[in-house]
Design a protein. Structure first.
Ligand code: PLP
Length: 405
């Protein structure tokens, strides 16, 4: 009998499926997987119905529907100040997840090294492995101060991660799961290292619109000096417009890099769902009010959830972007009889306990590390939820931790 291939066996089932199944089993409020419990703008659903009615129901073109590629190029030019040719430099993919796989499979050869920051979005490491590449890791460590989004990397560790075999670095900003928004100085350093070592940068910008601190705006790596020709910018519709199930993503890259991405994409999915692409083309240019509304909700949810997590005794690392809060559970009061039986310093045990006994599911972030011990004291909570959902989580947390609410 065949089993899971040796390339993929080490990765098991993604933690998102595992925690979501556990949350369903225990009737827990799911603050684990990062998806909204509400829909995006209604006009987009009308556009989708129109696209189906108008007959966009057969295979779309392999690089993506031209109308969508033009919309993506116009939007990127307006926001990043980077002009791109939608025919030669933009590929529409089945979510950003497919774009990540296509980048690795289309451009990385066995033995090539790819620098990843840890913690990382879990598909990065699997995609590098599927391509036969070798991942090298640079840690983002919790900040000493409590400023928003301030997870930090060590410059010497980053410099040392670049070797003669390094072909690519993947930078996710705003960053899941830490909520870090990379600063201008950090991106400048990354850009200089890429130029110096002739390395390609992949900028995963799926949370590009979801930023909360005026002094920490999202910056596009492709707009840094020398980076236009060596940056692949990835993004998607899912996080920005609360349509994670539509799975429309894209890769913006110079022609030579796009050739590699498309070489893989044509055999992975060929093209994502065609009517969704037409609806996305209508949504992107008209989406600003919906984005503003979402960011306002997230900003207020961030404050609310951070407050509740602090009340129960967690140290909160306030995110500057994304819709996740990382919190440190190592300082919990073990004398609290309500916490009897909970092992200290084990994020998996903590998140299972929260799901099963409190009825609130979170993600144990050690699975996002090459060195899991760096994440054992942490838990990740998603706050892209209706306020009523967060209030129900607050009620359960306060009552389980013995706090009058
Ligand atoms: C950093 C990051 N990149 C990519 C993705 C996947 O995006 P999509 O849903 O468009 O495939 C996610 C989803 O959680 C993510 O957090």
């Amino acid at each position: 009998m065949l089993g899971v291939s040796t390339r993929l066996a080490p990765f098991g089932t993604t933690i998102f499926s595992e925690m979501t199944a556990l949350a369903l089993k225990h009737g827990a409020v799911n603050l684990a997987q990062g998806f909204p419990d509400f829909d995006g703008p209604e006009f987009a659903r009308v556009s989708l119905a129109d696209a189906v009615a108008q007959g966009h129901n057969q295979y779309g073109p392999m690089p993506g529907a031209p109308v969508l590629r033009r919309a993506i190029a116009a939007d990127f030019a307006a926001r990043a100040g980077v002009q791109t040719d939608p025919d030669r430099e933009i590929t529409v993919t089945c979510g950003c997840t497919e774009a990540i796989a296509a980048v690795m499979l289309g451009l990385i050869n066995p033995g090539d090294e790819v620098v990843l920051f840890e913690p990382f979005y879990d598909s990065y490491r699997a995609a590098v492995a599927m391509a036969g590449g070798v991942a090298r890791f640079v840690a983002l460590r919790p900040p000493r101060s409590d400023g928003p989004g301030a997870f930090e990397f060590d410059e010497a560790e980053l410099r040392a991660a670049f070797t003669p075999r390094t072909k690519m670095i993947l930078v996710n900003t705003p960053h899941n799961p830490t909520g870090k928004v990379f600063t201008r100085a950090e991106l400048q350093l990354i850009a200089e290292l890429c130029v110096h070592h002739g390395v390609v940068a992949v900028a995963d910008e799926v949370y590009e619109h979801l930023v909360f601190e005026p002094n920490l705006p999202h910056l596009h790596l492709a707009s840094f000096e020398g980076m236009r020709k060596r940056t692949i910018t990835l993004s998607s519709l899912g996080k920005t417009f609360s349509y994670t199930g539509w799975k429309i993503g894209w890769a913006i890259a110079p022609e030579g890099l796009t050739a590699g991405i498309r070489a893989a994409h044509q055999f992975l999915t060929f093209s994502p769902a065609h009517p969704m692409q037409h609806a996305a083309a209508a949504l992107i240019p008209a989406g600003a009010p919906a984005i503003a509304e979402l960011v306002a909700l997230l900003r207020s949810n961030r404050e609310f959830l951070a407050g509740v997590l602090r009340e129960i005794g967690l140290r909160v690392f306030m995110p500057a972007g994304t819709y996740f809060i990382m919190a440190d559970h190592s300082g919990l009061d073990r004398k609290n009889p309500k916490l009897a039986g909970l092992t200290a310093g084990d994020d998996r045990a903590f998140c299972r306990w929260l799901t099963e006994h409190v009825g609130v599911a979170a993600i144990p972030p050690s699975v996002f590390y090459d060195r899991p011990e760096l994440g054992h004291h942490l838990a990740r909570f998603a706050f892209v939820k209706k306020r009523a959902t967060l209030e129900e989580s607050a009620r359960r947390l306060r009552s389980s931790f013995g706090i009058a609410g």
